[in-house]
Design a protein around this ligand. Structure first.
Ligand code: GDG
Length: 742
């Protein structure tokens, strides 16, 4: 693994998932440990095996007494680098079968009608996530990287964060992240998103899932993203796409081992058919098994020439058998298989060989490599590793055909497969015929293209890629952390303030002294804030200026009585406390242009519900904070584009602020206004400027050396030297300044 500095990094990776990669069972009084089945376990085991890490998860049983506990934990640690978390029967019922598999799993796979929303199950989910957190706290060491997996543990990243765990935290979701329209059905949607945002890096299989997640974060938590990054407190969280691979070599090499060759021979002898079609899944409603069976039935109906010559081997691994939907599905599949075999079968030929169990690895490889065609047709699937494993088993000969559902994450990578809509029975039936009749040349071309990718972006590359990204983000986070105005730095601000005889304090208003509100008029200052500003101003050593984008009337009304100096309309109007009236900063301003631009802004307001136009003396502002965020952002971009051409050759400029687009005279900005006060003295002993949006960057840009400039709300790119998290922190800091001098 390579860290951001290019050096080999040896941080321990602690994997956390619901299940350990091995399951423990009791056999005649002895503990029996076998590999767990399922995409996550199979996929990551190879990575874990080769790394020097630890894997934390549920082993499948709880120890019956202390002696068994010690034996079990020692064996798991020594032979498998695993640490168990024990779940009681009640935990399993509510957290695993309940919230994880009757709420999150169906919801995230778009089966909304299968979802239950039980508060007690949600509580159990929270409790088990806390149990995992406690277990991790026992073993985490400085420098560890924690890699949380899947939908069972979505609250864990934030729980760890709240415990101030000083480790990089990654989260990978193995199932789809649904569109916001679906995700928002969840009563605990905000808690889930917050839980996930505790991670430094959140990985998804496809770009679409990443996009859906970011859109939910925006629409539900109101947090915007920039290049896939979201600000969470004093951290930047990155959401990105990492399509999971397999240990391709393990599969391609297994094909030629003597045990597999033997298995293949037995299989052919027993089946006695020309062609084998194969499907392998956990028995799950997301996998599209009934639809696949119906498609096979239609294929047999349409293609009698294949009767007697083809067998569909359908391997279904029992899964979540305690959940009712799974029991119903099992019955439906049993009936369908019975019906199709009954309808088409004859002595010596059964069209479907249905296996409801799991098979050992060698037998699985024999099935993969003997199958002429793999039918991978899930209705929804995060990725689907079976498709990749099948291809890896055919990489040497190239003589395989993959029929793949467009709604499996794997379809984003395996475009050379025969892609089908899993609900379109006819399309699947035709794809089977097409695949069976494909020339050897075409098969080889498609398989070799896809298997090259699978070999290259294998499970090791995937895991390294994720871990490398995580460590880079962590590195950047460490740098940013130093720019946070922590308590020590706040003390330094105070002491330099105390030593100074001349002090200039430049403060933005909205988003800096008060939090942003949906409507500007709701952000009226509280009595405490006004008292604080008056107290600051009352010290004769202080000059206090509010530099705002608001209009004059509003500032005059709200700030009257505090005695502070004011700047309105982003620097157009200035008013020192002892002036009788406002003054224009730039001479020669006119407002004739407004009548031409007003109708354009009005038109954008009409097309964007929730937005409106504000008219200032020398500026027009289109506000869209209340609009649906994605539409607002899109319209803002369109408006900027439209204005760009119209403004060329005029003395106007267009600015995009925090949920506003503003047209105003060029050459007027907050920085120029700030200079009016900065220039008043050759040297101020102390200057402090604070602002939250990019119009305040103009102030930070003109700040003399060795002064304090603070951006409120974390932003990766700013001219300010420091960050503070929120207006509350700003007010606290100002309060400590005032209180100390009293
Ligand atoms: C989740 C997501 C995503 C199956 N039967 C046997 C057996 N298996 C192994 C396969 C494969 C794994 O189980 C199944 O993996 P999938 O990816 O197809 O599906 P899920 O279990 O639903 O996994 C999925 C995955 O996580 C990884 O992110 O791709 O979308 O739903 O590895 O080989 N293995 C053995 N005998 C069997 O009978 N030995």
């Amino acid at each position: 693994m390579h860290a951001s500095n290019g050096k080999k990094q040896n941080n321990r990776v602690v994997i956390v998932s619901n299940r350990l990669p091995v399951s423990v069972a009791r056999n005649n009084g002895n503990l029996k440990i076998t590999p767990s089945i399922g995409g996550l376990a199979t996929g990551l085991s190879s990575f874990h095996h080769d790394s020097n890490g630890l894997w934390v998860g549920w082993p499948g049983i709880s120890p019956s007494d202390n002696e068994e506990k010690i034996t079990m934990e020692e064996t798991l640690r020594r032979d498998f680098s695993c640490l168990p978390v024990y779940l009681s029967a009640a935990d399993l019922k509510k957290y695993y079968y309940g919230f994880s598999n009757r709420t999150l799993w169906p919801l995230f796979h778009y089966f909304t009608t299968y979802c239950t929303y039980e508060k007690s199950e949600w509580k159990a989910y929270r409790k088990v996530n806390q149990m995992f957190c406690r277990r991790l706290l026992e073993v985490i060491e400085p420098g560890d990287m924690i890699w949380v997996h899947d939908y069972h543990l979505l609250l864990l990243p934030d729980l760890l964060r709240q415990e101030n765990v000083d480790a990089a935290i990654g989260l990978f979701l193995h199932i789809p992240f649904p569109s916001m329209e679906i995700f928002r059905y969840l009563p605990w949607r905000e808690e889930i998103l917050r839980g996930m945002l505790g991670a430094d890096l959140i990985g998804f299989h496809t770009y679409d899932y990443t996009r859906h997640f970011l859109s939910s974060v925006l629409r539900i938590l109101g947090r915007e993203q920039e290049y896939g990054q979201v600000v969470a407190g004093n951290r930047l969280v990155k959401a990105d796409t990492f399509p999971m691979g397999i240990d391709a070599r393990k599969y391609s090499e297994a094909v030629d081992t003597s045990t597999v060759i033997k298995e293949k021979k037995t299989l052919r002898e027993r089946l006695k058919t020309e062609k084998i079609i194969l499907s392998v899944d956990r028995l799950d409603f997301s996998k599209g098994i009934p639809e696949r069976l119906r498609a096979f039935e239609l294929f047999l109906e349409k293609q009698p020439k294949w009767h007697n010559k083809i067998t569909f081997v359908m391997l279904c691994v029992p899964s979540r058998t305690k959940v009712k939907q799974y029991q119903l599905l099992k019955r439906e599949i049993d009936e369908l298989v019975g019906r199709i075999n009954g309808r088409f079968g004859r002595p010596g030929w059964l069209p479907i060989l249905y296996m409801y169990r799991s098979v050992p690895f060698d037998e699985l490889i024999a099935l993969y490599s003997e199958a002429d065609l793999a039918l991978v047709t899930p209705l929804r699937d995060g990725m689907n590793l079976v498709a990749k494993e099948y291809l890896a088993c055919h990489s040497k000969t190239g003589l395989g055909v993959l029929v793949l559902s467009e709604t499996a994450g794997a379809a984003a990578e395996l475009g050379e497969a025969i892609i089908v809509n899993p609900n379109d029975i006819e399309m699947i039936a035709d794809a089977i015929s097409q695949g069976l009749e494909m020339s050897a040349e075409d098969k080889k071309a498609a398989v070799s293209f896809m298997s090259r990718r699978i070999e290259k972006y294998n499970i090791f590359r995937w895991a390294e890629d994720f871990i490398e990204h995580l460590s880079q983000i962590r590195g950047r986070h460490e740098l940013n952390k130093q720019r946070f105005l922590n308590i020590d730095l706040q003390r330094t601000v105070k002491s330099s303030y105390m030593k100074a005889n001349t002090r200039l304090i430049l403060l933005d208003y909205d988003g800096t002294l008060v939090s942003l509100k949906k409507k500007p008029e709701l952000a009226r200052p509280s009595a405490e804030l006004l008292k604080l500003l008056s107290a600051l101003k009352a010290d004769p050593k202080n000059t206090v200026v509010i530099i705002s984008g608001r209009d004059r009337d509003c500032l005059s009304e709200w700030m009257s009585g505090t005695g502070v100096d004011l700047v309105a309309e982003h620097g157009t109007w200035l008013r020192e406390a002892d002036w009788n009236e406002w003054q224009i900063k730039e001479e020669g301003l006119n407002d004739q242009w407004k009548k031409n631009f007003y109708p354009i802004l009005e038109m954008f307001s009409e097309r964007t519900p929730g937005s409106f136009v504000e008219e200032k003396t020398y500026a027009l502002v289109w506000h869209y904070r209340k609009a649906e965020p994605e539409l607002g952002a899109l319209r803002a971009k369109e408006l900027m584009d439209a204005l760009h051409d119209m403004l060329s050759g005029t003395s106007l400029q267009v600015l995009r602020g925090s949920k506003v687009v503003e047209i105003k005279p060029a050459g007027v900005n907050k920085g120029k206004a700030a200079m009016h006060w900065i220039d008043k003295k050759e040297k101020w002993d102390f200057i402090l400027s604070m602002g939250d949006d990019w119009t305040d960057e103009d102030i930070f840009a003109v700040m003399p050396d060795k002064t304090w400039s603070i951006r409120v709300g974390f932003k990766p790119f700013t001219r300010a030297n420091y960050f503070m998290e929120s207006p509350e922190e700003v007010v606290n800091l100002l309060n400590t300044l005032v209180n100390d001098i009293k």
